[in-house]
Design a protein around this ligand. Structure first.
Ligand code: FES
Length: 160
């Protein structure tokens, strides 16, 4: 078990550092820097740039970043700040498993996956909302299940 102050002792030999990020292009961004001894958090630095909602949530989460990494609770809700924080924490826990891997999601309209995901994080929580915001799924419709899968994943409907 690492002491919170372990830095130079032999105990620090097992301490590893890792960084995890999530963000929206040119908007809100969150970065979590961890020092870990196994699954135990030795130190954690959570920083954010962006709106008040995100900064307030980060401030509320910071005191919880201790103990066993796997025991950290994910924030609940569907606002963009919650979704970004959830992404960072899932990445840190090794549980981030985004359901679509290709760069372009809608081939008919040449819509990048990143654009669809950002629309979802920003509040488009139905396929219709995503279509209006990005033009994805407005032609053959074969990409619609993938849009739906990302919505469900982002909203935590299938990540348990
Ligand atoms: S692939 Fe998206 S509408 Fe055809």
């Amino acid at each position: 078990m690492a002491s919170p102050n372990a830095t130079n002792s032999s105990a620090s030999a097992n301490v590893e550092k890792a960084e995890f990020e999530a963000g929206l292009m040119a908007r809100d961004h969150v970065r979590l820097s961890l020092s870990l001894d196994g699954d135990q958090i030795v130190s954690a630095h959570l920083r954010a740039v962006g709106c008040g909602e995100l900064l307030n949530l980060v401030a509320a989460i910071r005191p919880q970043l201790r103990g066993n990494l796997g025991d950290l609770l994910l924030p609940e809700g569907s606002g963009h700040a919650v979704l970004l924080l959830r992404e960072v924490l899932l990445k840190a826990q090794g549980r981030w498993s985004f359901p679509y891997q290709e760069e372009e999601l809608c081939h008919c309209r040449a819509v990048p996956t990143k654009k669809v995901d950002e629309a979802i994080v920003s509040g488009c929580h139905t396929p219709e909302d995503v279509s209006r915001a990005t033009r994805a799924s407005t032609s053959c419709g074969t990409c619609r299940p993938d849009v739906n899968a990302i919505i469900n994943y982002r909203l935590g409907r299938d990540s348990k």
